[in-house]
Design a protein around this ligand. Structure first.
Ligand code: TYD
Ligand code: MG
Length: 584
């Protein structure tokens, strides 16, 4: 049996970083936004002359924009920016309100986002050493840093002069706001099997004006996922008419994206592709196009000219994300961001990125598996317990409607007859995942105990409790414990799986497919509850497990969750565990 391995592919980190360094030295070039269909044409004809880019279209027929009920953007910009052109700004420019000589420097922890006025060897919030990075704030405005960003305030200094002014906001009654939301059918629904699966992870569709970050290892399928999401939104089946969606890539050329879309049989007419790293340019184009959704692939490749530092650096990532947040909130256009993952498993760049955005989704999968899990780790608009299961096929990501196939088919086909294997459910931050514990009880072994991936003292305690409280005569056996795939099991939630694996090997009674174990073992042999039981159980249920052994004390509340696919077996102590699992 194998595990969805969140720590795989970290070796690509260095490669991804060096790519970013290369990319940051690119000079900005003005490249037109291209409709997907024109990219297809150019790919098949290998000629660029037939391309109708959006800029040309806008100039040739102003109706293209005025039909959307808006002013000609240049005029609007001039009105909004006032004397800006006199100061040498282009209309539509993203402006940093800098005051000379007032650049404030702070030190921000790369790991947790904590901010300090001076450098410290270690972060005073999370105690990590060497994670404090210099952060020069280009703005003279007083600005919340670190935790302040968590409020979603973003960069006060980055003003989007051309964005429509919202007027003076007035306090509103909750009831009138809720009425407005229900009447508007507030969320953008994503139709179809694939759309439903993504919509569920997002908390029931796409919230307008939301900023969504999608993290994951390189090559896991983030760009593929977003291209598919873009095509669903652009198809506009929920609106019964297509609507423009802008897909911006700082990593791939429009031809590369086009050929991928061709392979995935995406033929949406209203999908616009744009290859650029200049965020000001991107947002100007986005404003002109007035899309239904904007996709930025990736946040580490975009930069703001006014901000110091190279693309992908702490300052750029923070400022660009804040600017995109302001764009999303002001224009009500949902914005998707791709974020690379560091070798520690966090989204590269500062942790503050996760504070700023509304939704954080992680895409996970094993190195050699085609299955992909889409997990929500932060969601201002819904639950974070949802999990989307997909399979990467020749034509992109396909929904796996029966995930039992996935996890169980990856198991060793002999595991029905192999004793000593048990599955634990552990949490990594807010993510839950499965770990396979293996035990071997060998009589006459010269080694009395050998433990791999489990804390030796914890293993000793569980073995002693099994002997004393469950009456298991394992003292004459050499006991070997191992956690598959080189993972480490540090949570006490894995105690029950360790005990079950030892019992299984000792009693030579294989644990059938689809049984997971969650619980901590006390010295009296009692099985205790652990935090976030519901989340753990819903993960195993979603992954197709049929039985989950849990502490008796939480059996009732877990059964009331109404997870039909999974049978909850409550056990008070180790004797009950042996009676319910190992009596055949
Ligand atoms: P990609 O979306 O580029 O990953 P990311 O943006 O996270 O780096 O996906 C790249 C991988 O997906 C690549 O190894 C090829 C595979 N793939 C398929 O198997 N089928 C497909 O239809 C597509 C588009 C990609
Ligand atoms: Mg990509």
């Amino acid at each position: 049996m194998s595990i969805p391995n969140m720590n795989s592919l970290r070796c690509f980190y260095t490669r991804a970083n060096s790519l970013l360094l290369l990319r940051s030295s690119f000079s900005p070039v003005t490249i037109p936004v291209r409709r997907l269909s024109s990219v297809f044409d150019s790919l098949s004809n290998q000629t660029v002359s037939s391309i109708s880019d959006v800029d040309t279209k806008t100039q040739a027929s102003p109706g293209a924009i005025s039909s959307r009920g808006e002013d000609k953007p240049e005029e609007k910009h001039r009105k909004a920016a006032g004397s800006s052109s006199a100061r040498g700004w282009d209309p539509g420019e993203v402006v940093m309100n800098k005051k000379k000589g007032k650049v404030r420097t702070s030190w921000v922890c790369e790991s947790c986002g904590h901010s300090e006025g001076q450098w410290w060897g270690s972060c005073r919030a999370c105690n990590k050493v060497g994670t404090m990075r210099r952060f020069s704030e280009g703005s003279s405005e007083p600005r919340a840093s670190g935790g302040g960003v968590a409020s979603g305030g973003g960069s006060e200094g980055a003003g989007l002069a051309w964005l429509p002014e919202q007027g003076v906001a007035q306090p509103l009654k909750l009831s009138s706001v809720i009425d407005g939301i229900t009447h508007q059918q507030w969320r953008i629904s994503l139709p179809g099997l694939f759309g439903n699966e993504v919509g569920r992870v997002l908390g029931g569709g796409l919230a307008p004006g939301s900023l969504i970050l999608i993290g994951g290892d390189p090559g896991i399928g983030k760009s593929t996922l977003l291209l598919q999401i873009a095509s669903i939104i652009a198809d506009g089946n929920d609106l019964a008419k297509p609507a423009p969606v802008l897909y911006v890539s700082g990593e791939e050329s429009v031809d590369q994206i086009g050929s991928r879309a061709d392979r995935m049989k995406i033929e949406t007419d209203e999908l616009y592709l744009f290859s650029s790293s200049d965020l000001q340019d991107i947002l100007t184009k986005a404003h002109r196009l007035s899309p239904r959704a904007l996709i930025i692939d990736s946040i580490q490749t975009v930069y703001l000219k006014e901000v110091t530092g190279s693309a992908g650096g702490l300052t750029q990532v923070k400022e660009c994300t804040s600017t995109l947040l302001r764009f999303a909130k002001k224009s009500n256009v949902p914005v998707f961001l791709v974020g690379h993952v560091t070798k520690a498993g966090d989204i590269a760049g500062p942790r503050v990125l996760e504070h700023i955005v509304d939704v954080v989704l992680y895409m996970e999968g094993e190195e050699h598996s085609t299955y992909r899990l889409l997990r929500s780790v932060k969601n201002r608009f819904g639950s974070t317990d949802e999990l989307g299961v997909f399979e990467m096929s020749q034509a992109g990501l396909e929904v796996v409607s029966n995930p039992s196939g996935i996890y169980l088919s990856q198991q060793n086909t002999d595991s029905d007859v192999l004793a000593g294997l048990a599955v634990a459910v552990v949490m990594d931050g807010s993510r839950s995942f499965l770990i396979e514990v293996q035990a071997l009880c060998a009589t006459g072994s010269t080694v009395s105990r050998h433990v791999n991936g489990v804390q030796a003292s914890r293993a000793d305690m569980i073995i002693a409790v099994l002997m004393k409280q469950a009456g298991l005569r394992i003292q004459e056996s050499g006991i070997f414990l191992n956690v598959a795939n080189g993972m480490a099991l540090s949570e006490t939630a894995g105690d029950l799986a360790i005990a079950a694996a030892i019992c299984s090997s000792f009693l030579e009674f294989p644990i059938p497919h689809g049984v997971a174990f969650i619980g901590e073992i006390g010295l009296g042999g009692e099985i205790r509850t652990v935090p976030r039981m519901e989340k753990r159980v819903s993960t195993v249920a979603k992954l197709g497990f049929t039985k989950c052994v849990v502490p008796k004390s939480v059996e009732k509340s877990l059964k009331s969750l109404g997870l039909k696919e999974i049978e909850i077996i409550g056990c008070k102590n180790l004797k009950e565990l042996i009676n319910s699992v190992f009596r055949g």
